[in-house]
Structure formats: C-alpha cells, structure tokens
Design a protein around this ligand. Structure first.
Ligand SMILES: [Zn+2]
Length: 244
C-alpha cells in the first residue's frame, strides 16, 4: 500500500491490510457511543488499534467523577481497553456549550497525543459537530488547523464525522440507503449485533439517560452508520500526496 496516497488508502472502506492506529477525539463522556459507536466497532472488528481521547470529564452538572466511570464502562463494552482511553481535565476546556475552548490548548493536547502514539488515523467531529455543541465544533476547528498548518505527519489520515440533517438523523435504518449512495471517504455500518453493543455502551451512561436519550438510541442513524469526509491537509502534506 506504500504507493497510495492517504486519500486512496481510506477511500470508501476501512482498509483491512494496514496496521491502523486510530484515535477518536471527543469532547464529552458519551460522545464515543452516541456518535462514533459504528466506527469504533468496525475498526476493532478489523483489528485496528483504537484509542479514545476525550477532552473533558463532562462536569457541566458536577457529575464528572461519575461520568468518567461511565465512560470507562462504555469503552469496555465497545472494546476499547482502559489503557487506550485518555480523559483530559483542563481548566481551559470545561464541559460547557457556552465556553469557548482555546484553540491552542485543544491543538496542543491533540497533536501531543497523536505524536506520542504514532496514530495514522484520527477521527473527530466536523464543523457542525453533529449536535452543534460548541465543544465538538472547537475540536474540529483545532484539528483542521493542525491539518492545514502541516503539523500532522503525512501518513496520518484526518477524518471528520459528517453531520446530517435532523430528519436524516432520526430515520434510523431508513437512512442507510442515503448514507450508502452519498459519497464519503469512509463509511462504517454495523448490523444488529453492533447496534446492540452500541446501545449497551450507551446504557452505561446512566447519568445521561433522560427520556429523549432513549429515543435517540432507538432512532438515531449514528447508532448504525458513520460517514466521514477527509479534513484537508496543508502544504507539507499536499506536496507529499502529489509526489506519490
Ligand atoms: Zn458531546
């Protein structure tokens, strides 16, 4: 696969003949199963090394300690061992939709983690953050900045989870044909077994199980399918892509 560009490597499906070291970057405990469960499950199924970096303890209602425990349980259900889960607790990155997360702090935490573990795939939110939460969007902004400024090494593929409309979000299985037909760089779909696993992970987040979360688990297409777009990389990376 050495003569393929990043774009080719990850087009349409997850490669099963590469040593994939994937990092999922989220903002809060429960993002991993609410939004990224199909991706985590598929990557693990394909023997990828999957790590999670969660940038807050979810302390908006002072439940951080409990939510960290819930996150660890959820990750265990999804198949991510505790040794591959990192939760940061930075005073400049509070769990708060009204707080503006520092671009430099977010970028610094993420790039250090990418370099420390030599990830070759990083997956996070897109510019609409799925739910529109400001903390999700801040992560996308920082990863885009890292990409466009050429700070991420050439063999690391950066992907953003595509936000779909509210109508499409709650179509559940009926949305799958659209996700199949529309172009995406990476598409992760789970079947009944995967869906049950994702639901079980979601049920670990007991502090979050308000009535509408149950509806979300039942109807959301993000429990079944994730589609991704490539985050454009900067001049250094583009030069490399053109030369292969
Ligand atoms: Zn979140």
């Amino acid at each position: 696969m050495g003569n393929l560009s990043n774009r080719d490597k990850f087009h349409s499906s997850i490669p099963n003949n590469l040593d994939v070291r994937a990092l999922i970057v989220t903002a809060h405990p429960d993002d991993e199963c609410m939004f990224f469960a199909p991706t985590i499950l598929r990557l693990i199924e394909l023997k990828a090394h999957v790590h999670l970096l969660c940038l807050s303890r979810g302390n908006f209602y002072n439940q951080g300690a409990q939510r960290v425990k819930e996150l660890m349980k959820s990750c265990a259900v999804l198949g991510i061992p505790a040794s591959r889960v990192t939760i940061t607790d930075h005073n400049k990155l509070p769990d708060d939709p009204n707080a503006e997360w520092s671009d430099s702090v977010v970028s610094s935490v993420i790039i250090k983690h990418i370099k420390a573990h030599s990830f070759n795939m990083v997956l996070t939110f897109d510019g609409r953050g799925v739910s529109g939460h400001a903390n999700h969007i801040a992560i996308h902004k920082s990863v885009s900045h890292l990409a466009s400024s050429g700070q991420v090494c050439d063999d690391c593929c950066l992907l953003s989870l595509v936000t779909v409309s509210i109508l499409r979000t709650y179509l559940s299985y009926l949305e799958l044909p659209l996700s199949w037909l529309l172009p995406s760089c990476l598409r992760c779909v789970v079947g009944v077994k995967g869906y049950r696993q994702a639901r079980e992970a979601m049920l670990c987040h007991r502090t979050q199980l308000l009535w509408f979360r149950h509806l979300y688990v039942f109807f959301s297409r993000y429990m079944l399918v994730n589609t991704f777009q490539m985050i454009p990389q900067g001049p250094n990376n583009l030069i490399n892509l053109e030369s292969v």
